[in-house]
Structures are given as C-alpha cells and as structure tokens.
Design a protein around this ligand. Structure first.
Ligand code: AMP
Length: 217
C-alpha cells in the first residue's frame, strides 16, 4: 500500500493512518510528527520548524521534500507507506512524484477525507496528544480513562499549541490556499478517492478500506 491521506487539519488523517498501518503493514509517515519530534529534541530543523508551526504556517518545501525523501528510503517503508500531512503544496506533490520515480515506485491512490469546517474546529479544540507515545484523544469523543493521562503508557496528555483557536483558523486558511489545489492535481491523475470524514473513527476507517478495495479492483 502506497497511499496518501489528504484533507484539512482535523480531518482525522493521523488517526486513520495509524489504523491503516496495523491492518496493511505499511508505515505511517507523518511530517507533522517528524517535525514535532525534531522540535522536542531541539535539533536545528526542529527549532526552525517550531517557530513556523506555532503560527500555523508551512515549513519550506525544499526542506520538507528532502525530509520525506530520506524517510521513504528507510527499510520500514519498503512494504508500503501511508503519507499523512505531506504533500501540502503543489511543489511538494511534484517533489513526491520525483522521489517515487527515482525509487521506481508510484502512488496507488490518494484518499481525500472531507469534513465541514464547524466539525474541524470542534475536533481540534478538544484534541489531546500523549507526550510519551503520541496516542491521540479527544476530550468529548475519545476521552482517556483518567483526565490528562494516557491510557496506553500513562504519559501526560497535552494540547498542541497549533490547536489553539486562533492558529486553527490560520491553518485552515493555509489549507484552502496552498493544499486544496492538490485535490484537482490528484483527480487529474485518476488517483483521488473521496471519503466522507464525518462519523465515528471505525466507520470512517471502513469507508477508507472499502475505497482501497475498489482502487485495487
Ligand atoms: P500536522 O500535524 O500535519 O497538522 O502538521 C503540523 C504543522 O507542521 C503544520 O501546520 C506545518 O506547520 C508543519 N508541517 C507538517 N507537514 C508539513 C508539510 N508537508 N509542509 C510544510 N509544513 C508542514
């Protein structure tokens, strides 16, 4: 499986990608997670990225393309990959095409997860992540058993700084201006599969798997 998940912030790309990895043995490549880890470790890339992420803006294309090129060449991506959060611009999409071509590979399909804006804001404001293992929760839809503590590893839960209301709005504007043009880009290539992203997590996962089955047929 070599796919990518496209959709606005809060569409559920990370949650759905994690579930697909379990089922298909493909690895999840989340550029947001890679950047957040780099920021936590205070690497030069991380420090640069943190200042951009907090404003809801995008890290420069050339940097992202190099980062993904290196990641996709690692062994665990050989069985396949699920890209989540990349590409986010037309330049990154062209970059990805080049990376895959150089590896003698190509995308199988692109899942566009569609969610109305009101639902996105509600999801992002309540989202909490574990500092220890990266597990995702929601204060209303998927709360942890003990407030503020991860069920899986007992790590502390936190709210991403870019999930604050003002930054959410900035990220949605960036999505519309820079990422939404990718919908037509992948539609033109016959790769786009549209998924209704409203509903519970299992329901949406089933829709993706059904679309995957159709794409393979
Ligand atoms: P995400 O976790 O995918 O919502 O990404 C969080 C933030 O990381 C974004 O708002 C951007 O600032 C940055 N980021 C993640 N992926 C990319 C990308 N492909 N291109 C540029 N910036 C990115």
């Amino acid at each position: 499986m070599r796919v990518l998940l496209l959709g606005p912030p809060g569409a559920g790309k990370g949650t759905q990608a994690k579930r697909l990895t379990g089922a298909f043995g493909a690895c999840q490549v989340s550029t947001g997670d890679i950047l957040r880890n780099a920021a936590q470790e205070e690497t030069p890339l991380g420090q640069k990225a943190a200042a951009i992420m907090v404003k809801g803006e995008l890290v420069p294309d050339a940097l992202m393309i190099d980062l993904v090129a290196e990641r996709l060449r690692q062994d665990d991506c050989r069985k396949g990959f699920i890209l989540d959060g990349f590409p986010r611009t037309l330049e990154q999409a062209d970059g990805l095409e080049g990376i895959l071509k150089a590896m003698g590979s190509e995308l199988d399909c692109v899942f566009l997860i569609r969610v109305p804006e009101a639902v996105i804001v509600e999801r992002l404001e309540g989202r909490r992540s574990c500092r220890g293992c990266g597990a995702l929760y929601h204060l209303v839809f998927h709360p942890p058993a003990r407030a503020g503590v991860c069920d899986r590893c007992q790590g502390p839960l936190y709210q991403r700084e870019d999930d604050w209301a003002e930054t959410i709005r900035a990220r949605l504007r960036v999505y519309e201006a820079q990422t939404a043009p990718l919908i037509q880009y992948y539609r033109d290539r016959g790769l786009l599969k549209e998924i209704d992203g409203v509903g519970d997590v299992d329901e949406i996962q089933n829709r993706i798997r059904q679309a995957w089955g159709e794409a393979r047929a």
